[in-house]
Design a binder for this molecule. Structure first.
Ligand code: CU
Length: 225
């Protein structure tokens, strides 16, 4: 059900109707697209008239060489246009700020039915523990279509758990528990990396996220070990 509600939220946010490969990556893509559209729009509104005026009012010998003396100081651009070019950018930046805050909140707030997994990092490995006590190293098994909340800690130095496909990352810091959440909507294997330089074997500090069907996951979870 969570998959459905997350997917319908995407449609409301103007995203693609097709289920995305992973959350919260999808939210970042939507935000990127919104900022891109706004930025390109503003660029065109500014740059196209600029190019036109550049040609129209270019210097030509003997043509209007004195300029309209004092005209700007006396008349000014007018209060109407002043208000217009103050209010419109204000609305745009308020929109971008609230939109960004909404996306940020979604990507930082694990859905209520998230599957909790403890992640202990150490030079140089990732160790996972599920709520029934089941442990694994390097391989993180998760069910497809289900949000997963990772509770990160570290035994030694600062590491960072990074899942490129889900566009999410969080530091694992000694002495405290940090978190991130993600959800994969397609079975398969995805890579996770340590994204905080943590010593000699940092580059080999990898994990594999094995996204399996809920049945396979339940079966795996019940196996001792
Ligand atoms: Cu590391």
């Amino acid at each position: 059900m969570q998959t459905l509600s997350l997917a319908s939220a995407d449609v409301l946010a103007g995203g693609a109707a097709a289920t995305p490969i992973a959350y919260p990556g999808q939210y970042w893509d939507q935000m990127f697209n919104i900022w891109l559209i706004v930025a390109v729009g503003i660029y065109l509104i500014v740059a196209l008239p600029m190019l036109y005026f550049l040609v129209k009012y270019r210097y030509r010998r003997g043509v209007n060489e004195q300029g309209a003396q004092g005209a700007h100081e006396e008349e000014g651009p007018g209060i109407g246009i002043e208000v217009l070019w103050t209010v419109i950018p204000l609305i745009i930046v308020i929109y971008l700020a609230t939109q960004s805050l909404a996306f940020y909140t979604r990507q930082r707030t694990p859905p209520a039915d998230s599957l909790p997994v403890k992640v202990e990092s150490a030079m140089w490995s990732w160790n996972f523990e599920y709520s029934n006590g089941k442990k694994s190293t390097t391989d993180l098994y998760v069910p497809v279509g289900k949000p997963v909340k990772l509770l990160l800690s570290s035994r030694d130095v600062i590491h960072a758990f990074h899942i490129p496909e889900a566009k999410t990352m969080e530091d694992a810091v000694p002495g405290r528990v940090t978190y991130l959440w993600f959800q994969f909507n397609k079975t398969g294997e995805y890579r996770a990396y340590c994204r905080e330089y943590c010593g000699t074997a940092h580059a080999f500090m990898l994990a594999t996220i094995k996204v399996v069907t809920p049945e396979q996951f339940e079966q795996w979870l019940k196996q001792p070990g």
